[in-house]
Design a protein around this ligand. Sequence first.
Ligand SMILES: [Zn+2]
Length: 144
Amino acid sequence: MNNSHLCLECGASLSEGVYTYSIDTYNFPLCQNHQRWLDTTLATEEAIKLYFALKLNNIPALLDYVEGQRKVDIAIPGKLFIHIDTQSDASNEQALTELLRNFYSLKDGIPSVTIPAELVQSHYEFNLILDRLVEVCTDLKKTG
Ligand SMILES: [Zn+2]
């Protein structure tokens, strides 16, 4: 088995000490440069969680993406903008139903989706959303 640890952001190999510290502190394996990067980013915890989950699924996502006047929590440039809504007052179930419905309309070319932060925090719903996002992004890649 390959037991080397790689930075999730740049792929640099990590010493056991850096790896353990990073997992303990950030929940993700990151080199010291990218630990600092996470310290300084204004991205929310939910955006970071979704961002790295997408990267682990080989989706070329960018965190805290800026295009013109527009700032997006997570972007797959030219393909999809993802907003994390921390103000959502919808119940989890209602929000999830609406979100999954909106994912279908994404396939008709709507390049933006808003995900309530609460759903990212919930393990079960997060995995549903992640699966769907990966599916949508894979479709977008094919048509891209
Ligand atoms: Zn790195």
